[in-house]
Structure formats: structure tokens, C-alpha cells
Design a protein around this ligand. Sequence first.
Ligand code: PMP
Length: 378
Amino acid sequence: MEKRLLLTPGPTMVPPEVAAAEAQPIIHHRAPEFDPIFMRVQEGLQYVFQTKNPVVILASSGTGAMECALTGVCSPGDKVICIEGGKFGERWGEIAKAFGMNPIREAVEWGTSVQPDRIKELLEENPDAKAVCITHCETSTGVLTDVKAIADVVSKTDALLLVDAVSSLGAEELRMDEWKVDMVVTGSQKALMLPPGLAFVALSQRAIERSQKATCASYYFSLKKYLKNLEKKTTPYTPAISLILALEKSLEMIKKEGLENIWARHAKLSSAIQAGVQALGLKIYSQVASHVVTPIWVPEGIEGKAIPKKLRDKYGVTIAGGQAQLEGKIIRIATLGYATLFDATTGICALEIVLKELGYKFEEGAGIRAALKVFMEK
Ligand code: PMP
């Protein structure tokens, strides 16, 4: 028998009640019955983003929201500071380049995060920069960036702060309005507990104003068009109706549990994973570990790619391997979105079994005991 467990930093597991909501008969998005659903979804999104402004909903993956956000507030030739400490940070620079902007690509050592003082220096060196693009949780390295401190620096300048929170929104604390963040983008397939296919762009008043002057080429992802349609409580094109029905349900679940409790749950689950793997003698890769995903060095003498492969093929447990320069060198375990203590402990349990099969020497049961201890402690 096969029972699958997804411990990846997206896509993540979908609660049965969300899947059931998605399976409802299709309703028409221009019919009156869709209006209250769209309104409830807007309200729920504002809660998750911690903003009073409307949130744009796109039928795309998270990258579409990154493109929509950046092209929506910038023009060709604009200087854009892009912080690149991993695969996803690099994407901001690539988008800026593709649309004829002038990206200032700041490389940050993988496994570490950019410091707010460095952002301050970059803005002093580039006073004409129109935007600063950062990644909240750099999913490829597991590193968390201090958005609050960076927003404090950027909000005092004319540059807008764009935050890729594709893997972190709803898992890590992020208070958009209070922290003065201009744009936050995310995707549906992470902490929002939905299948892939929806992406979101939230904007500050400053960003909304800037969007009216931006002249980057775009058509389907024209931010201006989405904002104009939001005034009429709709989207310019056919929305992914079934996913929006599912979103209504997941937002209801998020509201019921409470954001602070959800952030705390993610913190606890990732602590359990960290404690578990460290008790097995494994080392954490990143210096500033997020609660989204735990990156772990593959122990010496073990074939890196064999761990996720065996876990998935033999035991039905999917974790992530390393990307780009980290391929085969790290594994990444996530307890993101619809995850509980039993998912975390099952993950450690399966890891122990596979590590033993691969010939790694450790004290059997030490990982699972350490992980459980995190939950047993007051
Ligand atoms: N940014 C981050 C931080 C991500 O984790 C991901 C997805 N792994 C993306 C961007 C890209 O999102 P998508 O694959 O949904 O386009």
C-alpha cells in the first residue's frame, strides 16, 4: 500500500475540506453568486497579508506574481536593487533584465541573509533606485531575511520594497502595513494549503500610486488592469474559479486557527525537524534558518540524491534535494502549510530508516526522541 506524505517547501499537502471545496460545481464568475465569495476571499487575503489594501489575484504560479509586481511599478531603464542569495533571489534580477530595467544585482553568500545596513549602503550608492527586491524565505537555502528591519530602511527612501514571500506568507510573521512593506507576492501552493495555480500581489498605497506611472510592457500581467478591475470587485480575465472556491475554504481555516498560532505552529514544527536531524549528528546548512524549510547537509560518505529518492520511492515521503550549486549536497525538509506534529515526526522516522539503509551510523531513535521532546516540553 502506498500512502504519501509531502514534506516539501511547495507544493504542499491540501486539506481534504479544501480539496472538497475545489470540487464544487463551477459557478460563473460574472454571476451574482460569485460576488460574495470574491469579497470573502479579499477579506481573508487582507488578513493573511496584514494589509488594508486590496490584493490582486492571478491565475499563475508565484513567478507570475513576481513579474506582475515588478513590471507593474517599474519602467524600462529603472534602476532596481535585487538581492540574490539563492535561486529565487536571482529571479528578481532576471525579470528586471528581461523587461529592460537596470538591475543592480547584489550577490549574497548562499546560506546567509542580507543585512539591513547593506541595503542602506546600496540605497546611498544608488539614490535613483526605484525598487529594492528581496526574498523573505529563500527556499533554495532555507534562509530567512529580516523584512521588518529592511522595510524600516527602504520606507525612508523613494524606493519601493518588493518582497517575494512565495514560500513564507502564512508561515512566518509578515505584517505588511505595520512594517511599511510596499509589495508582497505569494503563491497558492505553500502555506495557503492549496494546489498550485493562484498567485497574489499585495500593494501599499505608495505602490498603487507608482503603478499608475509605470510603463513596462505587459498584457496579461498588467497590474494596472488588475487594480482597475478590483475596484469593480472582479478580475480582468476568467479567474481560476475552482481554486478560488478552495481558497475561500483555506482562508476560513487560517482565520479560525489564527495567524499568530499558525506562525507558532510552523516555528515548533521546524524546531522539531532541526532537533531531530541534529540528534542524528547532521548539520543545518543555513545560518538564519526559517520555519518554512530546514536545509540539512548530506553527511559525508552518503550519496546526496539517494536520500530523497529512497524516501519517496520506497516510503512515500517526499522531501526536497538541493538546487543548483547545492544539488546532491543538501536535503530540505519542510513542514509547511497543512502539517502537524505527526507529519514532522513521521518525516524524522522515515529519515532514520533511510539513513540506516544507506549505511550512515547514528544512535537509532535519537532523532525521533529529540523531535518528540520539542512537543512534550511545555
Ligand atoms: N520564490 C520563492 C521563494 C519560491 O519558493 C518559489 C517556488 N518554489 C518561487 C518564488 C517561484 O514560485 P512558482 O514556482 O510558484 O512560480
